[in-house]
Design a protein. Structure first.
Length: 304
């Protein structure tokens, strides 16, 4: 859709693609299912869908408003367009792109029910994974889509990657490596929750920019779990520091988050390649500003 609209407007799709990837990472921080690192954190920390809505979503709304302004500062010159071309795009009928209206409404209905079940977790006591699988099963049963067609669309390489990643992390736990790192982290912070929170936020942002935020969170989550159990006071803030640092830090470089890699791949396949440094020069600005805004939020809400 982005390429189609930009082609009609005769403008470069690059700034729009970069902005979409970064907005995806920022917005995804708001919910348990919005970003893969959040799913890992929720599983390890025993956090619910509503926990993320209450603790992450309010700040994410602020960050998105700031990001919109940042986009104007970073890409403002490239957002200029021909009014006549824009009018032609606005005249297009988006309804023509809907190939199966019945399937659309069925999917939206099931999606609404799944989201409601996520929110009602304290009442229903169904894990998010079970809810998602039930939703998928209902769609397969209620529509003309066959099981074979549905399974063909599953991102098997991604699931295998996650499985292998958790096996590796489990091995680190069993061999005692995670326990040693946890003890070192507890000794380093010496019960200082403020130091642990800000250090975790900053370190997560930096390391997620270097290493993809998914393996980073998978490795760090058992360490944070030990810090949460060993500390005093509102130690749950450590989970939010990890989530914010990993989700927002993933914007810093082209390899920091899965969305970034996907966008670069799509751009290359469509003849509009985005280089690592072209993405990163904007990503560093976005990550720095958003993480800097989160620090006082965590301090004022949980530590002050």
């Amino acid at each position: 859709m982005t390429f189609l609209v930009c082609e009609r407007l005769a403008v470069s799709a690059v700034p729009f693609l970069i902005a979409e990837a970064m907005a995806s990472n920022i917005g995804g921080a708001a919910t348990l299912v919005g970003d893969p690192p959040n799913i890992i954190i929720a599983s390890r920390g025993g956090l619910s869908f509503n926990d993320f809505l209450v603790h992450m979503a309010p700040m994410v709304v602020v960050l998105m408003a700031v990001f919109v302004e940042l986009c104007w500062l970073m890409f403002g010159r490239t957002f200029r367009h021909d009014p006549e071309r824009a009018a032609a795009v606005m005249a297009l009928d988006e309804n023509e792109a809907i190939g199966d209206r019945r399937l659309l409404w069925q999917s939206l209905t099931v999606l609404g029910l799944v989201m409601a079940a996520f929110v009602l977790h304290p009442v229903l006591h169904y894990e998010p994974s079970i809810v998602a699988l039930l939703g998928a099963g209902v769609l397969v049963a209620a529509t003309k889509i066959t099981t074979e067609q549905a399974i063909a669309e599953v991102e098997w390489p991604t699931l295998v990657f996650f499985a292998g990643l958790f096996v590796m992390v489990g091995a680190l736990v069993e061999t005692g490596v995670i326990a040693q790192l946890s003890e070192a982290a507890v000794d380093a912070t010496a019960g200082q929750l403020e130091l642990a929170t800000m250090g975790l936020l900053g370190a997560s942002a930096v390391l997620s920019a270097i290493v993809d935020n998914i393996p980073y969170v998978a490795t760090m989550s058992p360490i944070v779990a030990e810090l949460v159990q060993a500390g005093d006071g509102p130690t749950q803030v450590l989970w939010w520091a990890l989530a914010f640092g990993a989700d927002l830090g993933g914007n810093a470089t082209a390899v920091g988050a899965a969305a970034n890699v996907v966008v670069l791949g799509i751009a290359a396949r469509n003849g509009t390649p985005i280089s690592f440094w072209q993405f990163t020069k904007y990503g560093l600005i976005t990550a720095t500003v958003t993480v800097a805004l989160v620090a006082p939020y965590l301090w004022l809400r949980y530590l002050a």
